[in-house]
Design a protein around this ligand. Structure first.
Ligand code: SF4
Length: 469
């Protein structure tokens, strides 16, 4: 099953809004995560201080990304890890493909990783008949369904347990059930067999520690632990922005990420890998693919750089009224929600994702919950500006000449006190016309999804003048 792209966001969103099962599942799940987060952070007295520290660590690292990546590489290689550099998705996929071929691996298992989703690694490996088996339960469900994830940390958030039960009947031939325990038991049984046979494991990386060359992978199901220990070869795909300077910095991020994402004090498993396992109990080869794919360009942009501070906790998705209503697939990109609205146009180019920075009410809920305090509303506004005005490297992607002239005329009209008073007078008269009949032409489409606030009976100016006289 294919999913629409970000170019058709408006239509995707309308389709999603017409699906009551989807919107119900989304609302229940995002509300649950948001409540759990509130409970989890209430128990941390220095929560705001932690957020500040995380923001400072990320800002410091991103401003010296080249230095910390070199340090990470040196220390990882000293521990026996092989580091590979990938400029883009094609290079990253080719590296993993080559590693699989060189090691003679035919059976691959993979734990959840947004970076590998971003580069479409599964599809690339499938071309040589090496598609990995997803081992995170949500990802496995999505793989069975032939879909893409609709949430950063809960890939199957849009699916009800009844839909999953039916999927298992169709794909696994098991008796019908919507009991999560029964479904999970079937999944466990199938996945265990894949782990036992796997020659090569693939994972993402939550954090890469420069001073030790260590990578950290967080998860709850134990599947990443098995993916990183049972196969003889392990390949971790790590976005270059995942590097942090010191081991002690993990203390800050480990307190922030699980609480923000799932409302847990800590994830059930934290796997730290520093080189291959010399005692033969883990992988004999550890490879880390450092993925750029547009990140160094973002790091050089002083305004947009903070996008890379994201630790992929998913809290902004759960808090966003737009995401809550339409889910992840409507964004047509691997990264949905508020973080996707700022990241996707920068990674894939404004022309293919110009609708996304406009897919926000700018309510600021994303900024309030972000553990690293990314100012998403400001970045959305900056991207809107770039989409309309264009940049040195990209022409304008939104706003025709008619729209520009209209807004200029609006700015001129509202810019003089007399003209402003006339506008308010006309607006008051216009309020007497039923809302649906107030606009014509292209403005009708604009009005169809908006409600204008009611004007006060008396303007502030006339009230002020009345009080003074
Ligand atoms: S932008 Fe902030 S809240 Fe959203 S996923 Fe990234 S770290 Fe989490």
């Amino acid at each position: 099953m294919s999913h629409p792209g970000p170019e058709t966001f408006a239509q995707n969103a309308r389709d999603a809004l017409r699906d009551p099962i989807l919107t119900g599942a989304l609302r229940r799940a995002t509300d649950t995560f948001a409540q759990r987060r509130t409970g989890a952070i209430a128990a941390v007295p220095d929560w705001q201080d932690l957020r500040e520290r995380a923001r400072a660590i990320k800002a410091h690292t991103l401003a010296r990304l080249d230095h910390y990546l070199e340090q990470f590489t040196t220390n990882a290689e000293a521990a026996g890890t092989t580091i590979h550099w990938a400029r883009d998705a094609a290079e990253a996929c080719a590296i993993v493909q080559q590693l699989a071929e060189q090691s003679g691996a035919r059976r691959l298992v993979k734990s959840k990783s947004m970076a590998t989703e971003e580069i479409h690694l599964n599809a690339a490996l499938a071309r040589s008949d090496r598609e990995p088996i997803e081992t995170d339960l949500g990802e496995w469900i999505i793989q069975l369904a032939g879909e893409t994830p609709s949430h950063i940390i809960v890939p199957a958030i849009h699916k009800t347990k009844e839909a999953i039960g039916q999927l298992f009947v169709d794909k696994l031939g098991i008796p019908e059930s919507s009991d999560p325990q029964v479904l999970a038991a079937h999944a466990r049984q199938r996945l265990r067999a894949h782990f036992a046979e796997a020659d090569l494991g693939i994972s993402g990386v939550n954090f890469g520690v420069a001073e030790t060359g260590t990578i950290l992978i967080l998860e709850n199901e134990g599947n990443a632990r098995m993916t990183t220990t049972l196969p003889k070869v392990h390949v971790a795909v790590m976005g270059i922005e995942k590097v942090i300077p010191r081991f002690a910095d993990l203390d800050v991020f480990l307190r922030l990420l699980p609480r923000s994402g799932t409302g847990q004090h800590l994830t059930t498993y934290q796997s730290l890998l520093t080189g291959p396992d010399a005692k033969g109990q883990g992988p004999q080869q550890l490879h880390i693919v450092l993925l750029d794919n547009g990140r160094s360009r973002i790091a050089c942009d002083e305004v947009m750089r903070e996008t890379l501070a994201c630790i992929r906790c998913g809290a902004c998705l759960n808090a966003c009224p737009v995401y809550q209503s339409i889910g992840g697939h409507a964004y047509g990109s691997v990264y949905p929600g508020p973080i996707g609205a700022i990241l996707t146009p920068q990674l894939s180019g404004m022309h293919s994702a110009a609708a996304l920075p406009f897919a926000s009410s700018l309510c600021g809920a994303c900024k309030d919950v972000c553990p690293v305090k990314i100012d998403i509303p400001s970045l959305l506004l900056e991207l809107r500006k770039r989409a309309v005005e264009g940049t040195a490297s990209e022409p304008a992607a939104r706003g025709g000449i008619g729209e520009r002239l209209l807004w200029r005329a609006f700015a001129w009209w509202m810019g003089g006190p007399r003209r402003y008073r006339i506008a308010m007078l006309l607006a008051r008269l216009g309020e007497r016309v039923p809302f649906a009949k107030r606009f014509a032409g292209p403005l009708r489409a604009w009005q169809s999804s908006r409600e204008l606030p009611k004007l006060a009976k008396r303007s502030f100016r006339s009230t002020w003048q009345g009080e003074r006289s």
